[in-house]
Write a protein that binds this ligand. Structure first.
Ligand code: SF4
Ligand code: SF4
Length: 103
């Protein structure tokens, strides 16, 4: 359950410089959340059992273990809401981006 590493990525200037495969190795990301997320997941720690089901479903790998519960890396979360749907304990709530004063 490692957090993804941010890799320095120089955007190619010419079409011939683009790689023919993935631009970054597994376990790395090339950009942080670009600011287009409209909703974000909030973990209600008192309801969370630490079962990690949300971690298994998150397509971005942005959920990590934190003091026997889970935390979310908002630098990389895209706000898809899959974790909230997957959590059988209803411990994750999707709120409007910025609603809690944090982005
Ligand atoms: S699925 Fe729900 S209860 Fe399980 S770790 Fe994730 S937030 Fe906590
Ligand atoms: S909203 Fe989507 S990307 Fe963000 S933590 Fe949940 S499942 Fe992962």
């Amino acid at each position: 359950m490692n957090k993804p590493q941010l890799m320095h990525y120089e955007k190619p200037k010419h079409i011939k410089d683009y790689p023919c495969g993935p631009a970054a190795p597994a376990g790395t990301l090339v950009v942080k959340n670009a600011g287009w997320r409209t909703r974000k997941p909030i973990v209600h720690k008192e309801k969370c059992t630490g079962c990690c089901l949300c971690y298994l479903y998150c397509p971005e790998g942005t959920i990590f273990k934190e003091n026997k519960k889970v935390g979310i890396d908002y630098d990389f979360c895209k706000g898809c809401g899959i974790c909230a749907r997957a959590c059988t304990h209803k411990a994750i709530e999707m709120i409007k981006e910025g609603e809690n004063g944090e982005y």
